[in-house]
Design a protein around this ligand. Structure first.
Ligand code: ADP
Ligand code: MG
Length: 318
């Protein structure tokens, strides 16, 4: 069953920055869908568009088949209980003046689900569930380590029992040694609470470890998408191929997108808005079509779509 569908979702900032550009995707209930992209590719903007924390410029969002775009603020409330976001930085996303009890319990309070002793009990239950000591309810964020703070952020996001959790780079601010613990917690919680994840990351190994499906975002647009199994075995788009070329899975510094060498970086080779957005950096782009016609995201084989003029579907081994 499809839990989330985005159709042609677009967000333009200031009339000119196309942060999210015509994105369509579907996420199945219970799955972990990875959204992979470099810094500035539009991942966080996409995350915030889904529960309409920011308004799309155009496009449609369907949650459990229901369109969200025309809902009034009041009617969005129940939807926002079902869709929660865990933010990237547990150091800046938690109010330093609030106790853990207030931080984790606030959604219950805002949505009028519980107060007083009942709220306290639910907070302690969430703390146990995410591996925090439930006796520490009166502590402040600075008294916790980075990993523990992200557990607070996760507890806050799941206390309303959402169906969809959007995880915006949930471990990228954490020490490598702590990252795996938080990822394993997320795997456990998904099983216990029947959650669907949209997992945003720029770490290929996180995608491989966690995700069923993955979409690669480049300058606001999805350039390749499919099952993790397919994409990692046989990437079709030159961008994905460059990313996946010889990734040493054991060296954490080598597996980040930022470290991948392409012909040019995104700053020195800007896209002029014509043709393929990846063409200024593409090692195989050709004069002509690549520079003049924007490639559509088309199926290259079952379970895999790519937006590249040079990918010949019949040449991809199924
Ligand atoms: P990512 O999360 O992949 O790093 P973002 O979604 O944060 O990317 O940003 C995508 C693009 O949109 C960037 O060029 C960024 O500068 C721009 N952007 C994001 N938020 C805003 C905003 N509120 N106003 C103007 N531009 C923005
Ligand atoms: Mg971001």
């Amino acid at each position: 069953m499809t839990i989330l569908e985005l159709r042609n979702l677009t967000k333009v900032f200031g009339g000119r920055v196309r942060a999210v550009d015509d994105v369509s995707l579907t996420i199945e209930a219970g799955a972990t869908f990875g959204l992979l992209g470099e810094s500035g590719s539009g991942k966080s903007t996409l995350a915030r568009l889904i529960p309409r924390l920011i308004e799309p410029t155009s496009g449609e969002i369907f949650f459990e088949g229901k369109p969200l775009q025309n809902l009034r603020e009041r009617d969005l409330r129940p939807v926002r209980e079902q869709i929660q976001i865990v933010f990237q930085n547990p150091f800046s996303s938690l109010n330093p003046r609030m106790t853990v009890r207030e931080l984790i319990g606030e959604p219950l309070y805002i949505h009028k689900r519980a107060s007083g002793a009942a709220l306290d009990e639910q907070v302690r239950e969430m703390m146990r569930l995410v591996g925090l000591n439930p006796e520490h309810t009166n502590r402040f964020p600075h008294e916790f380590s980075g990993g523990q703070r992200q557990r607070i952020g996760i507890a806050r996001a799941i206390i309303l029992r959402p169906k969809l959790l959007i995880l915006d780079e949930p471990t990228s601010a954490l020490d490598v040694s702590v990252q795996a613990q938080v990822l394993n917690l997320l795997i456990d919680l998904q099983r216990t609470l029947h959650l669907t994840y949209l997992l945003i990351t720029h770490d290929l190994s996180v995608v491989r470890y966690m995700c069923d499906d993955v979409a690669l975002m480049y300058l606001g647009s999805i350039v390749e998408q499919g099952t993790v199994q397919r994409i990692f075995r046989q990437p079709a788009h030159p961008y994905t191929q460059a990313l996946l070329r010889d990734i040493p899975s054991t060296d954490p510094d080598q597996r980040m997108l930022e470290s991948v060498s392409l012909e040019a970086d995104i700053v020195s080779a800007p896209w002029n808005g014509q043709g393929c957005r990846f063409s200024p950096r593409c090692p195989v782009a050709q004069i002509g079509e690549c520079k003049t016609v924007e490639p559509a995201l088309v199926e290259v084989t079952t379970g895999q779509r790519a937006a590249c003029h040079l990918v010949k579907p019949h040449l991809v081994t199924p």
